[in-house]
Design a protein around this ligand. Structure first.
Ligand code: 8IG
Length: 277
């Protein structure tokens, strides 16, 4: 339990970008790959994509890299991989997301994204499992994120850092994804703090303010990715209809199962999209 105290990102005087640069140096040394072109964070349900994207040239436990935390959740694999695509692009696959609800602060939540930028990645692909609000959606369906509403009350930006978030989830990259699968729908992602799922009233609120997807990740990471100058592509796997849209209680087990069933289809979709970037 001591790592809460000796974690480099927990020192308020530390510079999170210097720690990300140190992490990128660790990755270069441990993978033998100096620079990556694309980074991909795998959320629940998306775990098998790495094998389909290309050849894994190195895989390492995230805990060997400066600033990364032990994964809190079963089903979230704490592995970093370096993958080379058939066209020779280097993809850093991050299987180790830290969630805001873990309570370790936003610096730890966005460390993987800042590290990805420090490895040279210009494109950040963020994936998650989430609840759906649109009635036309079904569990197991992947959708593009078109924009977000950050309901966490937190930000990865510190001080008077005014950053434009227009076209945060790049229209260009969404068009590339739709060129691979024209049937992909899209929606606005609402990041709640969690870890409890929403009440039906909260889902109603999310819908009223323009949301279509409810989840517990991604928005804070997208803000950090934009700050780092990356172009962002976001995917949600709808693993369940949000509370109140679906009338039966939400269970974590059900979410895991929906993810497992959808995994082959969405992993192949994701690999084809990455191949087209
Ligand atoms: I998987 O219904 C998954 N993650 N906030 N709401 C929120 N997060 C989720 C949900 C959901 N399903």
């Amino acid at each position: 339990m001591s790592d809460t105290h000796d974690h480099p990102l927990d020192d308020p005087a530390a510079d999170p970008f210097e720690i990300a640069a140190a992490a990128a140096a660790d990755i270069a040394r441990l993978t033998g790959v100096d620079r990556h072109d694309i980074a991909l964070t795998l959320g629940s349900g998306w775990g098998r994509a790495a094998e389909l994207i290309g050849e894994t040239t190195a895989a390492l436990p995230a805990t060997e890299v400066t600033g990364f935390s032990r994964p809190a959740l079963e089903g979230h694999v704490g592995t970093l991989r370096s993958v080379v695509t058939p066209r020779g692009r280097r993809v850093l696959v991050i299987g180790a997301r830290t969630h805001f609800y873990e309570g370790h602060g936003v610096r730890r939540v966005v460390h993987s994204v800042r590290t990805a930028a420090a490895t040279g990645a210009k494109t950040m692909v963020l994936t998650n499992g989430a609840g759906g609000i649109k009635h036309t959606w079904r569990p197991g369906q992947p959708v593009l994120i078109s924009d977000h509403i950050n309901l966490t009350g937190a930000s990865p930006l510190e001080g008077a850092t005014f950053i434009d978030l227009t076209d945060l989830y790049s229209m260009r990259l969404r068009d590339v994804a739709r060129s691979v699968d024209p049937s992909l729908d899209e929606g606005v992602y609402c990041q709640f703090r969690g870890p409890q799922y929403e009440t039906p009233a909260e889902v109603h609120m999310a819908k009223t303010i323009g949301g279509h997807i409810v989840g517990m990740s991604t928005a804070l990471e997208a803000i950090a990715a934009r700050q780092a100058g990356m172009e962002i592509l976001g995917f949600s796997l709808i693993t369940n209809m949000a509370a109140g849209i679906q009338t039966t209680p939400l269970s974590h087990q059900e979410v895991i199962e929906a993810g497992r069933e959808a995994e082959p289809v969405i992993s192949s979709l994701l690999a084809r999209v990455i191949g087209a970037l």
